[in-house]
Design a binder for this molecule. Structure first.
Ligand code: VG1
Ligand code: CO
Length: 582
């Protein structure tokens, strides 16, 4: 039987603009008739039929509610648009980094290579019928579509009049691996369901010294805990940490992927990863047993990571700096040196100090992983990170939560390699404190005001931009709030010129730079699904060893006070406190 291609008339939906990382909306928005279809067809139109005909597309995600239906719809639209193959991870599960790895590394049984992917995720946002869904397109290099493409997709969603769909194509069973072939008007169409972990595990084994890490993990002195928060990381955790590296099964927490993430926020931070935080001795109600030496968590799509030591939190900004400082010694993939390092603008300058010290190329890019891709493709960057619990390298073109955990385990394994029978292991906390002692410490915190009225958020940002025209006025407010805070010497909106393709991204965050190197940054989130989220980033550099190691909220209190006065936060938003502090 040859499947038929139907043309379905449709009208545009408002607001199908991909944000920092794809289109994210409530499930109830996505399940409206034609909503997902319009977006997928608009993506195909934006890519042009030349790129779509004969393509091999990966379609999978973090397994959140509505993914299974969405996969069947995307398969049918792909078939109708002349796509040659759709590759689906078993049960529709592939972490965001695994999608990137599959695009770059997997070879189909017929020798085919993937040309792009639809990733179905709303990342760290909750899932379920009343929660969030998302879709994002990744390119042939394994990275998120650049702004030139996402802008074109958005333009196309505004004028779309019809989409193509192979309605009579049967639903494909995505619970079992294997290839299903169909005949369309233009020839064969295959759906290849494959093991979600094989390609990713293989890649990790080519990067890290698994033997060395397994010595650490199997040492009775070392205890470990990994929390997948019921996200897709669970599909990899058992294979990698237990089967390959010999960790105890009991060290895995919430590692069964669930459509609603067990009702929680799959966001690996001190607020939402409650169980792990308690186990690690950092919570309000801690367990009586001695916490593990090392703990980590992932977000829904497993591209984020949180690294914890026993009763100790590693800021993501410190994490990327410490990985960069130790990569050449501890990680075989980097043994011949780092090409360069990069961070997003609001991420602390801890990485800058390492780059300077090691004489490495350094880049500061806007928020969102897509900006790192060009640098990596051009061979300019090996390790990069964001303050939002994102860390990664040029092994793929997405941030990679499990990679970050393996990087930390590698550093611990390396530092303890002659020490496993000694009295005391070198701990996560030791490594961080040693790093601060050599490079200084960047006190850092982020305040998120979630679900603020969108108009109020815009007004606050507009007010700040206006205020930036007068340093005198700014410093009067600063000194009025705290006389012990240094002067603002520069105030601007971050703008980025991509050093590879010359493209310019404007309005990437409002910055206040202080004489002593402190910074305040204000941004509106581009990943929320409702209302607006204001992010306030606060940073202060301390080289004086007597002032290192304090509680960061305490150390940053003066700057916080200044930031709230400067932005009239409470006046604009009506909020006396942020929703989340990290
Ligand atoms: C947030 C983070 C950003 C990250 C993005 C996607 O974006 O701040 O650093 O790249 O999420 O991460 P925003 O625009 O809300 O600040 V993920 O794990 O949600 O794909
Ligand atoms: Co994510």
């Amino acid at each position: 039987m040859v499947f038929k291609v139907s043309k379905v008339p449709t009208t545009p939906f408002d607001g199908q603009k991909p944000g920092t990382s794809g289109l994210r909306k409530k499930v109830k928005v996505f399940i409206q008739p034609h909503y997902l279809q319009n977006f997928v067809q608009s993506t195909f139109n934006a890519l042009t039929s030349e790129k779509v005909r004969g393509a091999t597309l990966v379609v999978s995600g973090d397994g959140r509610y509505y993914s299974k239906d969405a996969i069947q719809i995307i398969i049918k639209i792909s078939a109708a648009n002349g796509v040659r193959r759709v590759w689906v991870g078993q049960n529709g599960l592939l972490s965001t980094p695994a999608v990137s790895a599959v695009i770059r590394e997997r070879v189909g049984a017929d020798g085919s290579k993937a040309t792009g992917a639809f990733i179905l995720t709303a990342s760290h946002n909750p899932g379920g019928p009343n929660e969030d869904f998302g879709i994002k397109y990744n390119m042939e290099n394994g990275g998120p579509a650049p702004e030139a493409i996402t802008d074109k997709i958005f333009e196309t969603t505004k004028t779309i009049t019809e989409y193509l769909i192979a309605d009579d194509l049967p639903n494909v069973d995505i619970s079992a691996t294997g290839v299903s072939s169909f005949q369309g008007p233009e020839g064969q169409f295959d759906v290849d369901v494959f093991d979600s972990a094989i390609d990713y595990v293989k890649l990790m084994k080519s990067i890290f010294d698994f033997e060395l890490i397994s010595k650490l993990l199997s040492s009775p002195k070392f205890t470990f805990c990994y929390d997948a928060l019921h996200g897709v990381a669970g599909a990899y955790a058992n294979r990698i940490f237990v089967e390959e590296l010999g960790a105890q099964e009991s060290s895995l927490l919430n590692c069964v992927p669930k459509e609603d993430f067990g009702g929680g926020h799959p966001d690996p931070n001190l607020t939402y990863a409650k169980e792990l935080v308690a186990r690690m001795g950092l919570g309000k109600s801690n367990s009586e047993v001695e916490p593990p030496e090392f703990g980590a968590a992932a977000d829904g799509d497993a591209d984020r990571n949180m690294i914890l030591g026993k009763r100790f939190f590693v800021t993501p900004s410190d994490s990327v700096a410490i990985i960069a400082a130790n990569a050449v010694d501890a990680i075989p993939y980097f043994s011949s040196g780092l090409k360069g390092v990069a961070r997003s603008m609001p991420t602390s300058a801890a990485l800058d100090v390492v780059a300077k010290h090691l004489n490495l190329k350094f880049f500061e890019v806007p928020t969102g992983w897509k900006f790192f891709g060009n640098l990596m493709d051009a061979g300019l960057c090996s390790v990069c990170g964001e303050e939002s619990f994102g860390t990664g390298s040029d092994h793929i073109r997405e941030k990679d939560g499990i990679w970050a955990v393996l990087a930390w385990l590698s550093i611990l394994a390396y530092k303890n390699k002659d020490n496993l029978n000694g009295n005391k292991l070198v701990t996560v906390e030791d490594i961080v404190r040693q790093h601060w002692a050599s490079y200084g410490q960047h006190y850092y915190t982020r305040y998120d005001y979630e679900n603020v009225d969108a108009g109020a958020a815009k007004d606050l940002m507009a007010y700040l931009v206006k205020l930036q025209s007068s340093l005198d006025e700014i410093n009067t407010i600063v000194k009025g709030a705290r006389s012990d805070v240094s002067n603002v010497v520069n105030a601007d909106e971050f703008e980025y010129k991509d050093p590879v393709d010359g493209s310019i991204s404007k309005h990437q965050g409002i910055r206040f730079l202080f004489e002593d190197g402190s910074r305040l940054v204000f941004r509106l989130s581009g990943t929320g699904s409702e209302g607006a989220t204001i992010r306030l980033y606060i940073e202060q550099y301390e080289k004086d060893s007597s002032k290192i190691g304090r509680d960061s909220q305490e150390a940053l209190a003066p700057l916080v006070e200044v930031a709230l006065k400067l932005s009239k936060m409470q006046e604009f938003t009506g909020r006396s406190a942020p929703t989340v502090i990290t």
